[in-house]
Structure formats: C-alpha cells, structure tokens
Design a protein. Structure first.
Length: 184
C-alpha cells in the first residue's frame, strides 16, 4: 500500500462514511423520514446542513482517485477463487451521499454491478454496532456459538471464535458456505 496516500484517503473516507451514517446518528424527533424502497427524496446539501462546495470537492477527489488495479488478475490473487459471477471490469468510482435519509449527492453509475469488498466490512461493523447497542450482542468477546446455533460454530475450532475475531477478520472460521469451502 502506498502509505503517502493513506491519510488523504482516510480524510475523504471518514466524512463520506459519516454522511452515510447520519440517519442512524441523528434523531429527527417523533417523525423521522424513512423513504420507501427506490423512492429516496433529494435535497440540496445546504438544506441538509452540508457545505455544498466541500461535498463537491470530496466527490471530485473520490472520482480522481479510483481503483487502478488489474481487476481480472488481482481479483483471484487478492481474494482467492471466485465463488460466483463477477463483472468483467470494475465500474468507475460512484456513490450516493445520504444525510438524514435524503440524497444530498450522487455521482457515477450507482446502479453498476460491482464487487464491494471493503464496503462489506463497513456494513458489518454498522450492523454489529447496532446489535451491541440494542443488547443483541452482550459482549464482543463472547463466542459467536453462544448466539448462533446453525451448526457453523459446533466444531472445537469454530466454537472459540468471538464476535471480535469476526470484526477484526481474525476468525479463521472453518467450514462450507454455499456448497463451497471458502478461504477465510
């Protein structure tokens, strides 16, 4: 990884992630806005408390610093054998910026079918945080087997895996998913 780019990317990623999480972090009183599927309303960034110029600058940065890896070669080298169909190439950088349930900005082809990789980590951390906040996970150091009884945590190895192991991607979970043995 080119370490000189990391801080700049981190600076961009945090505000974009914060904007996406804003509906979860901000209470709008008794009647929060929850759009029906596929019908998200749009509002100008200023109406949502965002600086339109800074938002535009963040989007321009994201578009100028998209992935440059060799998709076909690096997919298998980095992530192992493919478990399902993938597009022939990655889409250009795209995104939707949400604030309080409204679309503040959208760029690129947001309907493109593209592998999400690290987005899955962000999604998992949000879901796990909500589960912990709501008491569904009592302690991240608890074994997952204490909560999940589907057979996937019955082996002596998997029985020791904690929520923290999964969240830090250090679980070394062993087993079969979707009739395939994954490399985890």
């Amino acid at each position: 990884m080119n370490r000189s780019l990391f801080p700049r990317r981190a600076i961009l990623t945090f505000p974009l992630a914060l904007a996406a999480l804003a509906p979860l972090l901000h209470s709008q009183g008794a009647h929060p806005y929850f759009p029906p599927p596929g019908k998200w309303e749009r509002k100008p960034p200023a109406d949502l408390g965002l600086d339109a110029a800074k938002l535009r600058e963040a989007i321009e940065y994201a578009q100028a610093n998209g992935s440059a890896w060799d998709f076909e070669k690096d997919q298998v080298r980095t992530f192992g054998a493919v478990l399902g169909p993938l597009p022939k190439q990655r889409a250009v950088t795209n995104g939707i910026i949400l604030r309080h349930g409204y679309i503040a900005a959208e760029f690129g082809d947001t309907k493109a079918n593209d592998p999400v990789y690290s987005v899955a980590k962000s999604f998992l951390s949000i879901v796990a945080s909500l589960a912990a906040e709501r008491g569904l996970i009592k302690d991240i150091n608890d074994p997952v087997a204490k909560y999940i009884h589907d057979g996937g945590y019955d082996s002596p190895h998997n029985a020791r895996i904690t929520w923290k192991n999964h969240l830090q991607q250090t679980s070394e979970w062993e087993g079969t998913l979707w009739e395939r043995t994954p490399i985890l």
